[in-house]
Write a protein that binds this ligand. Structure first.
Ligand code: AKG
Ligand code: FE2
Length: 721
């Protein structure tokens, strides 16, 4: 262009006026000029077509696919390290593309650093605002950076920040949201069984919060995509309606021709690209990563949760109708169960030989049928089974009728009903109705109780000492075992004389508990019990435990000195400190702490040279909102967990044999979380502390015990005189 203007200027300057020759010359010049222009035009056309190709090209797909192919080759750790460094980098002087800043912001969100995420989101926004309109549109169409999304992310960061500070305030697990950096620490390799520990549950509860955020992001991304598509749809429809309205004259307008071709080329391509885009892929990947983490409860843990619920129901004789409304032992927890929940629980109850409980849950499921009518046949089919097991044959008959009315075409129901009628043909019971109680009646004669029943009834308070039996027990201050106790006597409450069971109050301090909580963080694992030949995970004991040697912290040695005062036993011969946490439904069924000969034979006992567990001291490191006591069925004692208290009992007879009357169990937790510490003191060498009897007092007759008491009394009298 510059060339042609100069040309004209030069021509005019030289000639000054237009002569014929001048005009002829001018025409030649004009021809040259035209040729130049044609050239220019072709250059321009080329440029335009190039630009069009550039614009119409599916944006960067080739490069993206090449990059994607390269991605797996990039060493992940280096990439993460680089990102890690970058998110902390100061912003001054850094001019990043908004896409890059957004990537860093998301990385920071992933690392639970909402503060850093906010910094990078601000950079994203300012970068975005500096884009020209075409670039902005490009970003929008590609759905990579949108102002509205960035704003939403800002809100998310603020939410995460307030959630974190709320957790800090409530003293719950602090690193709940620090998913990225603490991934390894938080996801122990053995996997966590969340129902067995509230501690674990608070952790996965935190992960669920993250999952919700990913889901929100997924919905938001797809929403933006749909919003864009819906807007285009509206525009296209409107243009088509106009065209239809005008008929063929519509295409006579070059403008309309242009609009239609533009739509069919560029606009539709954009729409296709967007429809084809993997919107929400990233949040989906993050969600999947969380869901696949070993901490996530799996089907067996779901069963464990139901198992825990059924245990609570059985042990505390709770009613399904209350449980389904969220009322646990009189306390309303504000939860409501659906027919499907009730059915799931009933199915497991039936499988685990709790037909009474199954029956009650099925009635609850039936009551709620309007919510999920499609479950009706399944409920009735299970009800038939439960009623049959409980001998309510008239009920079975009626339920079959209901089922056949509901699904008259079902050959299976007809076959089962026929079979049932054949089996019971001619029996009177078929027409007898039976009232089914949710819980079996409590036998009047305690000798009829099996061990689990006795333990359960002790937990629920149905089995306890009479006032007469309690009369002999004493409370008081203990000062004997150490001179120091004269200054700070131990508050002791006697719960049983023989075997000795004492509850000490205020024998551990909050500062010690705080240290213990720090020592046990991330160490607790699902507890096992001794099987016949090995230690096994079992529903008999659903807690999480860890052992810590006393050398690990001064506080453990201080506690042991106190235990020595409480028991007058030599703490050199004690096992490592055991800490346990029980979650909702968590329990430890009736057991004895002492080892059987079998356990010694199979070498299941650690440090067997120290002998058997002569005594136990059980510290309560927390209160428990509901349930979670320690039940001694033989002693008819139920100890409510009381923070700072500790129970002490001898496990062995004075002659060394295991005392079966020390059988005890940790009652299931209804609500709350229970922390305890076990000190298991071994038999060797305690002879100077608790003298061994030469005769076996475990098989002593009443007469022998009376004789012994008499001798001891006489000896004491002699000593004091
Ligand atoms: O947690 C309790 O109440 C009892 C625990 C217990 O008996 C044990 O760990 O051996
Ligand atoms: Fe125990």
């Amino acid at each position: 262009m510059a060339l042609s203007i100069n040309f004209w200027a030069e021509a005019n300057a030289e000639r000054g006026s237009y002569s014929t020759a001048g005009i002829a010359e001018l025409i030649t010049v004009e021809k040259k000029l035209m040729a130049q222009m044609a050239d220019y035009g072709s250059v321009l056309r080329k440029k335009i077509s190039l630009m069009r190709r550039l614009i119409e090209q599916p944006l960067g797909t080739e490069q993206i696919s090449k990059m994607r192919a390269l991605m797996p080759q990039i060493p992940k750790t280096e990439y993460w390290n680089a990102m890690q460094d970058l998110i902390h980098a100061p912003l001054a002087g850094v001019q990043l593309d908004p896409l890059d800043s957004l990537e860093l912001a998301l990385f920071a969100v992933d690392k639970d650093r909402p503060d850093l995420a906010e910094k990078w989101l601000s950079a994203t926004l300012s970068g975005y605002q500096q884009l020209n309109p075409i670039e902005k549109e490009l970003y929008e169409v590609l759905n990579v950076v949108r102002e509205s999304q960035v704003t939403k992310l800002f809100e998310l960061c603020a939410e995460v920040k307030s959630f974190q500070s709320a957790l800090n305030r409530s003293g719950m697990m602090l690193p709940l949201l620090l998913v990225g950096a603490l991934w390894q620490v938080l996801f122990p390799a053995c996997g966590a069984e969340f129902y067995s520990s509230v501690h674990e549950m608070t952790k996965v509860f935190g992960y669920e919060q993250k999952m919700l955020q990913h889901m929100q992001k997924f919905v938001a991304d797809n929403q933006s995509k749909l919003d864009f598509l819906r807007a285009r749809l509206g525009e296209f429809e409107q243009e088509r309606n106009e065209a239809l309205h005008w008929g063929t004259t519509y295409f006579e307008s070059p403008l309309n021709q242009y609009l239609l071709s533009k739509r069919l080329t560029v606009d539709w391509r954009r729409v296709e690209n967007l429809m084809d885009a993997d919107t929400g892929q990233k949040p989906l990947e993050r969600l999947l990563k969380l869901r696949r983490s070993p901490s996530m409860p799996n089907a067996s843990e779901l069963e464990g949760a139901i198992d825990g619920l059924l245990r609570l129901q059985f042990v505390y004789r709770l009613e399904a109708k209350h449980l389904a409304k969220g009322i646990l032992d009189g306390v309303n927890h504000g939860t409501h169960l659906s027919p499907e929940h009730c059915l799931d629980i009933a199915r497991l109850a039936l499988r685990d030989q709790h037909p009474r409980l199954a029956h009650a849950w099925l009635l609850e499921a039936k009551e709620r049928l309007p919510q999920q009518p499609e479950l009706h046949p399944q409920i009735l089919a299970l009800l038939v089974q439960a009623k049959a097991e409980l001998g309510d044959f008239l009920g079975v008959n009626g339920t079959y009728q209901e089922l056949l009315n509901l699904q008259p075409a079902s050959e299976e129901h007809a076959r089962n009903y026929e079979q049932f009628m054949r089996n019971h043909a001619g029996t009177d019971g078929l027409y007898e109705s039976k009232i089914i109680e949710e819980h079996a009646p409590i036998p009047e004669d305690p000798s009829q109780l099996d061990e689990f029943q006795a333990y359960s009834l002790t937990c629920s308070g149905h089995r306890r000492l009479t006032a007469g039996e309690e009369r002999h027990l004493r409370c008081g201050y203990m000062t004997e075992t150490h001179p120091f106790l004269l200054l700070a006597p131990l508050k002791a409450e006697e719960l049983s004389h023989d075997p000795l069971l004492v509850l000490y109050h205020d024998v551990i301090y909050q500062s010690e508990i705080d240290t213990i909580r720090k020592l046990t963080t991330n160490k607790i694992r699902r507890a096992t019990v001794l099987g016949t030949k090995q230690s096994v995970v079992s529903n008999v004991r659903t807690s999480q435990i860890t052992f810590i040697p006393k050398t690990e912290h001064q506080v453990l040695q201080t506690i042991d000195r106190r235990v020595e005062d409480m028991t007058n036993l030599n703490m050199d011969y004690a096992e490592d400190h055991q800490f346990a946490n029980y979650g909702i439904g968590g329990h430890y069924a009736q057991h004895m702490d002492w080892f059987t000969q079998n356990a010694f034979d199979y070498k299941l006992v650690s440090a067997p040279e120290m002998g058997n567990r002569i005594a136990t001291v059980l510290f309560y490191l927390s209160d428990v909102a509901q349930g979670g006591g320690t039940a001694f069925p033989h002693l008819k004692q139920h100890l409510r967990p009381k923070k700072y208290a500790a129970a002490f009992w001898y496990n062995l007879h004075a002659a060394g044999g295991g005392d079966t009357r020390t059988q005890h169990g940790a009652c299931p937790i209804i609500a709350g979380s229970k922390w305890v510490q076990n000190r298991w003191i071994r038999e060797f060498v305690q002879s100077d502390r608790r003298s061994c009897l030469l005769w076996d007092d475990s098989v002593a007759t009443f007469g022998q015990i009376m004789e012994l008491a008499k001798q001891q009394k006489a000896a004491a009298k002699k000593e004091s005189s």
